[in-house]
Design a protein. Structure first.
Length: 247
């Protein structure tokens, strides 16, 4: 990490900013993160509710888990961190791109528009058998009778990327990784691939030492890949982001 620590993230007029967010950005909105005490994976085994095998074994259990999360997200509100990123997008326009690992909709509800959900969206469902387009779905599937069937006979499942499945929008994400000059990562433990490698890919863009992508992390703890960042701003996203993005 650089010896000279910045108080703010200074942006130049020709910068392209790539933002990656994780569960930590929604923590101050009251949504549980995955790892650590009280995390979502504390009460559930990942393989039961977030893998194709878990789905085929017990779809009701999977739907109970995601229905509970639909209720929690419906009650939650965007916090100052989501709002600070939406404001940055307004200022930067097409020079800004947001990739979130989160399946909640708090970025959209804060006003973000240019974003992709690489791990899917909580309020979308799809078919587990055919290639029909994912569709908006806010229902709660709490009993077996409510479990939907597709016209093809397959089961309706959450449009969430489970372990062992390929993240969405990777082509667009690579395009944006290839043009960013600033990377801002917020609230993610840096252990789930491929998102954990984005900072390494950004760093490797310039092999000749002439220039480099400036990479920043915001969160209360150092992530597993902290050593790859130009600077870590330690603290809660809702407090740190509005301050470091002030222009
Ligand atoms: P994790 O639960 O692994 O990490 C959450 C991170 O947020 C931790 O590093 C915390 O230190 C940080 N954090 C907590 N409170 C914060 C706050 N107020 N402000 C900023 N940061 C805070 O969640 P992710 O890294 O997002 O995938 O997990 C990545 C993926 O693993 C998820 O998308 C999910 C999960 O399995 C799938 O479901 C496919």
């Amino acid at each position: 990490m650089s010896a000279k620590l910045e108080e703010r993230i200074a942006l130049r007029h020709d910068d392209h900013v790539f933002v990656l967010t994780g569960a930590g950005i929604s923590a101050e909105s009251g949504l549980a993160t995955f790892r650590g005490s009280d995390g979502l994976w504390e009460g559930e085994r990942v393989e039961d509710v977030a893998s194709p095998r878990g789905w085929h074994r017990d779809p009701e259990r999977v739907w109970r888990f995601y229905s509970t999360r639909r209720i929690a997200v419906t009650k939650a509100k965007p916090n100052p961190a989501h709002l600070a990123l939406a404001k940055l997008e307004q200022e930067l326009g097409a020079s800004y791109f947001l990739c979130t690992q989160n399946v909640d909709n708090l970025h959209e509800r804060a006003g973000s528009q240019n974003l992709v959900h690489m791990h899917g969206e909580l309020f979308q469902s799809c078919c587990d058998s055919c290639a029909r387009e994912p569709f908006v779905d806010v229902r709660l599937y709490e009993t077996k009778a409510e479990h939907g069937r597709c016209e093809c006979g397959g089961r309706i499942r959450p449009n969430i990327v489970w372990f062992g499945e390929v993240p969405f929008h990777m082509e667009r994400i690579f395009e944006e990784l290839n043009r960013c000059t600033v990377m801002l990562v917020v609230g993610t433990s840096g252990v789930v691939q491929p998102a954990a490698s984005f900072v390494h890919w950004a760093n490797q863009r310039y092999g000749n030492g002439e220039s480099s992508v400036r990479t920043y992390y915001v969160g209360p703890e150092h992530p597993a890949n902290a050593g790859a960042f130009t600077q870590v701003f330690q603290g809660r996203a809702g407090e740190v982001l509005p301050r470091v993005l002030k222009r």
